[in-house]
Write a protein that binds this ligand. Structure first.
Ligand SMILES: NC(=O)c1ccc[n+]([C@@H]2O[C@H](COP(=O)([O-])OP(=O)(O)OC[C@H]3O[C@@H](n4cnc5c(N)ncnc54)[C@H](OP(=O)(O)O)[C@@H]3O)[C@@H](O)[C@H]2O)c1
Length: 406
């Protein structure tokens, strides 16, 4: 018996109405096309160092997480059509699911975890980051790491999905050749994934030396990209494009691709393949957004259950941290109030016992400190674990903290 992991009910995370702290603006491939996502990402770049903004950008999503404060607001660029805003609990739950690979086309893929880790590291290197966002990212990364361990060692990526798509159109690729355009991280994943399946690999890249290095790794060959290239591409059964800039194949070779039977999967965002080539290829062209809609993997029920527990725990942990943070001023005020009582009482006692010798005075003072610390220990611990804020309100009333302030 297997279960679709997307069916894991995120509503099971009990975050018990924490205060409004966070908004996530989510533009993903299922509702916002690549070009609009990338344009939004460019606009968000102006906020790259804003302490209250964290941008997560992957090939299938551009997301802005914004921490709120009562006194101030962050002006975000207008979100593209199709984007959605998630508040507080929903935003937390969403990033945890993204990090766990539950929102990915390839269920449990680990590239997304790497991308969040890099986004956080870059953001922290750029300047101070609001602790709410820092903690959120840490909790999500931790959950993501645990979730990926549950998915097992089989490391599937979008490159594997690309190979699946080509095979679906042209039949088994074993023993045939695939052209990989791009020798960066994604090109390398595609080439290595193909080699693992017994597919022959040809590599084309803007920088020839990188193409050669990758081709050597997978015992493939290098082919040129330019108009003067003469390499034979007639036997290429499929092309995987993964470049951070436009792919400009020469027109003659393109015609041969279109006239032949090769399929092209472009993993780049924004799309690197020329629009007219994509159109001429028709159903033999698959873009990055098309991959977002491919059938979801299924996982065994027990793994689905464990991931449900894990995402629940991660959400709850974050919420507890948030509550403790909110409770901190109350803790400080409680300590301040009790300390001022202790000092006042001690002074009164010492005034009434003027002949007390220094050693006895010291002992009395130490005892007063101990007494206060002992009495405060319970409330302190409870407040740090106060999920719904009830205890905090009770402490404020019982100890008259609001009156003290007034
Ligand atoms: N990394 C992922 O997890 C992932 C997942 C899905 C999709 N993607 C998409 O795949 C694409 C490549 O990502 P990556 O992670 O592999 O990046 P990367 O490691 O930085 O590699 C970039 C590749 O693009 C080539 N390139 C850069 N600018 C170019 C230009 N102006 N014209 C032609 N080629 C150019 C580079 O060639 P040189 O060697 O000459 O620099 C290199 O082969 C991106 O569009 C990305 O959004 C990435």
């Amino acid at each position: 018996m297997t279960a679709v992991i997307s069916a894991v009910e995120p509503g099971t995370i009990d975050l018990s109405a924490p205060p409004r702290t966070l908004t996530a603006v989510v533009a993903d491939a299922r509702s916002v096309p690549s070009a609009r996502r990338e344009a939004y990402a460019e606009q968000l770049a102006a906020l790259a160092e804003h302490p209250r903004v964290l941008v997560v950008r992957t090939c299938h999503r551009v997301e802005a997480y914004v921490a709120h404060h009562d006194d101030d607001r962050v002006d975000l660029p207008v979100a593209p059509d199709g984007a959605r805003a998630l508040e507080d609990v929903e935003a937390v739950r969403h990033l945890i699911r993204v990090a766990c690979g539950l929102e990915s086309a390839v269920l449990g893929e680990d590239q997304v975890l790497h991308q969040i880790r890099v986004a956080l590291a870059r953001r922290q290197a750029a300047g101070p980051l609001d602790p709410v966002l820092g903690r959120l990212a840490q909790v999500a990364l931790h959950a993501g790491k645990q979730a990926h361990a549950l998915f097992g060692n089989e490391r599937r990526s979008l490159a594997d999905l690309a190979l699946d798509e080509i095979e679906r159109r042209t039949g088994s690729l074993t023993g045939r050749e695939v052209l990989v355009v791009g020798a960066g991280s994604m090109g390398s994943l595609a080439a290595r994934g193909a080699a693992r399946r017994g597919i022959r690999v040809a590599v084309a890249n803007r920088t020839p030396a990188r193409a050669s290095a990758l081709a050597r790794l997978v015992e493939g060959r290098v082919v040129g990209l330019g108009a003067d290239a003469t390499d034979d591409l007639d036997d290429v059964a499929g092309v995987i494009v993964a470049t951070s800039g436009p792919w400009r194949p020469d027109p003659y070779r393109v015609r041969r691709l279109v006239d032949g039977w090769a399929s092209v999967v472009d993993l780049s965002s924004p799309q690197a393949t020329p629009a007219d080539l994509a159109e001429d290829l028709g159903r033999r062209f698959v873009g990055i957004d098309d991959l977002a809609w491919t059938t979801r993997d299924v996982v065994p029920d027990d793994v689905a259950d464990e991931i449900d527990v894990l995402t629940h725990a991660a959400g709850t942990e974050y919420c507890h941290w948030l509550r403790a943070r909110v409770a901190t001023p109350t803790l400080a005020r409680l300590a301040e109030s009790v300390e001022s009582r202790r000092t006042a009482e001690l002074e009164r006692l010492l005034r009434r016992l003027p002949d007390l010798d220094p050693r006895a005075r010291e002992l009395v003072e130490t005892m007063s400190h101990r007494l206060v610390a002992g009495i405060l220990h319970g409330p302190r611990t409870a407040l740090r674990d106060d999920a719904d804020g009830d205890l905090e309100r009770a402490v404020r009333t019982l100890f008259g903290l609001d009156e003290d302030r007034a």
